[in-house]
Design a protein around this ligand. Structure first.
Ligand code: TYM
Length: 333
């Protein structure tokens, strides 16, 4: 089946192994399937929901494009663009914000996590951000959206918004209800320092994550320092339920090798973690070090990266403005 793929990544720096294994690796596979139409968006409008330094943001937009390409996305096959350059996103988000209900947004767990204790001080944008995400997806009539597990609730909200718009305006099937593409295993990579927390760009300690720009020595050092426990690797999945850090490291290895977790457990059962960490470091270095080198090389070619974004946004604009025109007619503008 021909899939229309849309996904986005925030240009907030420190793109990490979680972003790679949870999302970007999947983007590459979808990009390589001949029949798919793929659009990958650098979501800079989403990034400013929390304060950004303008110069760093400009660099991070380029770095995100460089990461896409270094990971294996072919800009000739897929559209790569940054969200702010296609005005339809902001406008569609406004229209959809008049369809979405406060009660729906109040349920969003990511807002609660990101806003923290003092949610009165969070930006309004951070609160309404899932509506912008719905606009991103619906403008392109995406059928499938590859994301990590943390975006599942936002995708459910997107489907609710699409359905309510279609029902309210009597335009059955106008907005396509997108299917999330979330991997069954390893869709949530955890911090290397705390197995109960998601690996995240905003975590203060750099030792909590493998960045896609880390070099060989840094990767080896971070894995050496990654938290484990005093027990050897078990012989069954059940024994891992309460061993979050151990499960995460074995999961990272499995995901990189395209194995199921059970196969990895069988391979390493009975061995201790210092031994396993050597193998894990090796597969990580084999995968991430070439990506890291390529990102650094591409970052020196800013004209090339800007050209990709310009060409991508021209193509995206054509699709999105056409859909927005139809939305205008439907709502009565
Ligand atoms: P963002 O920028 O936080 O993350 C980009 C992608 O990486 C995944 N991810 C993870 N996967 C596994 N383990 C982790 N620790 C981990 N951390 C991040 C995310 O699930 C995501 O797929 N709202 C989105 C961006 C967005 C978007 C969209 C996505 C905007 N519009 C439209 C899809 C469709 C976000 O903030 O992702």
């Amino acid at each position: 089946m021909r899939k229309k793929i849309f996904s986005g990544v925030q240009p907030t720096g420190n793109l990490h192994l979680g972003n790679y294994l949870g999302a970007i690796k999947n983007f590459v596979e979808l990009n390589n399937e001949k029949e798919n139409e793929c659009i990958f968006c650098v979501v800079d409008l989403h990034a400013i929901t929390v304060k950004q330094d303008p110069n760093k943001l400009r660099n991070n937009i380029r770095e995100t494009v460089a990461t896409f390409i270094a990971s294996g996305i072919d800009p000739k096959k897929s559209i790569i663009f940054n969200q702010s350059q296609v005005k339809a996103h902001s406008e569609a988000a406004w229209i959809l914000s008049c369809v979405a209900r406060m009660g729906w947004l109040n349920r969003m767990t990511q807002f609660k996590e990101k806003a923290g204790k003092d949610k009165e001080k969070a930006s309004v944008g951070l609160y309404s951000y899932p509506i912008l995400m719905a606009a991103d997806i619906l403008l392109y009539e995406a059928t499938h959206v590859p994301v990590g597990e943390d975006q599942k609730q936002h995708l459910e909200l997107c489907r609710d918004i699409a359905q309510k718009f279609n029902n309210e305006f009597g335009v059955k099937d106008f907005f396509i209800l997108p299917e999330p593409l979330i991997q069954k295993e390893f869709s949530r990579i955890m911090s290397l320092k705390d197995g109960s927390k998601k690996m995240s760009k905003s975590e203060v300690s750099d030792l909590s994550r493998i960045n896609l720009t880390d070099d060989k020595d840094l990767i080896i050092n971070k894995i050496k320092k990654a938290k484990t426990d005093a027990f050897p690797i078990p012989s069954s999945l059940e024994e891992l339920t309460t061993r979050m850090e151990a499960k995460n490291l074995l999961g990272i290895y499995s995901s990189l090798k395209n194995f199921g977790l059970e196969k990895t457990i069988k391979q390493f059962s009975g061995r201790n973690f210092s031994d396993f960490k050597k193998d894990l470091s090796q597969v990580l270095v084999d995968k991430i070090d070439p990506i890291s080198k390529e990102i650094k090389k591409l970052l020196k070619e800013s004209d090339f990266l800007d050209k990709i974004l310009l060409e991508g946004s021209n193509k995206a604009n054509e699709i999105a403005s056409e859909k927005l025109k139809k939305i205008h007619e439907i709502v009565g503008f």
